[in-house]
Design a protein around this ligand. Structure first.
Ligand code: AMP
Ligand code: ZN
Length: 490
């Protein structure tokens, strides 16, 4: 399995520290508001990555924090006249709920910053003792960026360029403008904890470093987040952990591309966002996931409702094929055509092999999904060609294999109620049944399918039903008493 390591800019063969086990951490949200679908893209991407690692036989331990103390939470609480704790609790719960609705697996460990103050203070003390951090007169504690010779390696930056390019606030309490806060002295009305440096609260970068060390042990195999976190957040996490414990921090850094709207990053501050909750009210989680997975996780992804609608249609098409395969398997009574069935079996094998190759190549979900779209097309062709000679076993396995491949990506296909044969494949399957014993029942189903297609003004399907009947020497006669199927000749 190859994974692109964003700190080395290379695809590398993945070798976990401990054979057969993967320790993985993905930075969680700051819980001050509902998450938007940009945030969700990152979490869904890592959910799929985790699922594939598990499917590949690894024992995966996945940790994700909740940042439940932060300026944004405090500001929101002040605006609303509530406590920071109330705001954080409300949005932690909403985050957990909506992730489940999006079919994202719960992490194995979900530490909260406010419950990890002790380990964070411990880490800061260690850093001060080793000369990597200092307490300022105002009660803040800062990390000395220049004391870390590896600083910049995670995000590919050079310290001297940072001074020129970055917007680094001047702060007279810092020894160097590059230094960042590990501990922030308490301000009135803010959540605060006792520490050797007086009352205060931890800085954001501090929590992840302490939690990774406490719950997973350093170094971990995979550390992930959106590409906007590479600097300064991940750089700073790494600096603290490597300077405190000298064990390395993360062997592979993975960063997801941004979800965009009209070419701009979706973000709270730009106001160009849709919350995950509102999107899931209008669309299925499966369609949203499918849309996301059709783009590689590292590439930017432009969101639009039309594209989401398109994913919904693709999903219905796949589910229709799965339903038709099953329906055909359940209703066929003619002699199966062994050659056609063998063709379908090799199409399944090709799809499975392609899927695996793609997923093992830096989680190329776009390629993996495309392999199964191809199989869906081949299955449709099979149902058309094998009408009357469908191999029930091959059809059943193919339906299960397609549904299974999407389920592996967390995309649960909608279940279409049996057994009305609507759509081209349904017609083919219906025709197979027509040649069986219960001719009246089959004819009724075909007529019902045509009536439904006409009522929905789906002329393509209605015409296809007529054409396929014609190929069999049959036609539909519409009479004042209703429609019936009769022989063309009679
Ligand atoms: P935050 O709560 O802002 O720390 O964001 C939570 C996660 O969402 C982080 O991993 C961010 O990198 C990620 N994120 C934020 N905006 C986007 C976006 N537009 N597209 C993809 N990921 C994003
Ligand atoms: Zn983090």
């Amino acid at each position: 399995m190859k994974i692109y390591n964003s700190s080395t800019h290379k695809k590398e063969e993945f070798r976990p520290v401990e054979e057969g086990k993967v320790r993985m951490y993905v930075c969680g949200p700051t819980v001050y508001d509902n998450i938007h679908i940009g945030n969700a893209r990152t979490f869904i991407s890592f959910d799929v990555i985790r699922r594939w690692l598990i499917a590949s036989g690894y024992e995966v331990t996945f940790a994700q924090n909740l940042t439940d103390v932060d300026d944004k939470i405090i500001n929101r609480a002040n605006e609303q006249g509530r406590t920071a704790k109330e705001v954080a609790e409300e949005f932690s719960k909403k985050f957990i709920d909506v992730m489940r609705r999006a079919n994202v697996m719960d992490p194995d460990v979900r530490p909260r910053a406010t419950k990890e103050i002790g380990p964070m203070i411990g880490m800061i003390k260690t850093l001060i003792e080793q000369g990597h951090a200092y307490a300022a007169d105002n009660g803040d504690v800062y990390f000395s960026v220049r004391s870390d010779p590896s600083y910049g390696e995670v995000s590919g930056r050079k310290i001297d360029d940072l001074m020129v390019g970055a917007r680094i606030e001047e702060n007279e309490d810092k020894n160097d403008p590059l230094d960042f806060a590990l501990w922030k002295a308490a301000k009135p009305g803010e959540p605060m904890w006792n520490s050797p440096w007086g009352k205060g609260r931890p800085g954001w970068h501090t929590e992840c470093a302490a939690m990774v060390h406490r719950y997973l042990g350093c170094p971990i195999d995979i550390h992930g987040g959106g590409s906007d976190l590479a600097f300064p957040h991940h750089e700073n996490e790494c600096a603290q952990a490597t300077c405190a414990w000298h064990q390395g921090f993360a062997n592979t850094w993975m960063h997801t591309g941004m979800l965009l709207v009209d070419g701009e990053k979706m973000s709270k501050s730009l106001g160009n966002f849709f919350t995950l909750e509102e999107v899931l009210e209008k669309h299925s989680a499966a369609a949203l996931r499918l849309l996301m997975l059709q783009t590689h996780y590292r590439s930017p992804l432009d969101f639009s409702w039309e594209r989401l609608e398109g994913a919904e249609n693709s999903l219905a098409r796949i589910a229709g094929t799965v339903r038709n395969l099953k329906w055909a398997a359940d209703h066929v009574e003619g002699q199966p055509d062994a050659e056609l069935a063998a063709g379908l079996t090799s199409a399944m094998e090709r799809a499975a092999a392609e899927y695996e190759t793609c997923m093992n190549d830096d989680f190329n979900t776009a390629g993996a999904v495309a392999a199964y779209f191809q199989l869906v097309t081949e299955a449709n062709t099979y149902l058309d060609q094998a009408a009357g000679a469908v191999d029930p076993e091959a059809a059943r396995v193919c339906g299960a294999v397609i549904a299974g491949a999407f389920a592996q990506l967390g995309v649960e296909l909608p279940v279409i109620e049996e057994p009305l044969p609507i759509g081209l494949l349904g017609v083919a399957a219906g025709l197979c049944a027509y040649t069986g014993d219960d001719v009246d029942e089959a004819a009724e189903k075909i007529l019902a399918a045509r009536a439904e297609a006409r009522a929905a003004k789906n002329w393509e399907v209605a015409d296809a039903i007529r054409d396929q009947l014609k190929d069999m020497g049959l036609m539909i006669e519409d009479t004042s008493a209703g429609s019936r199927i009769k022989h063309l000749a009679s």
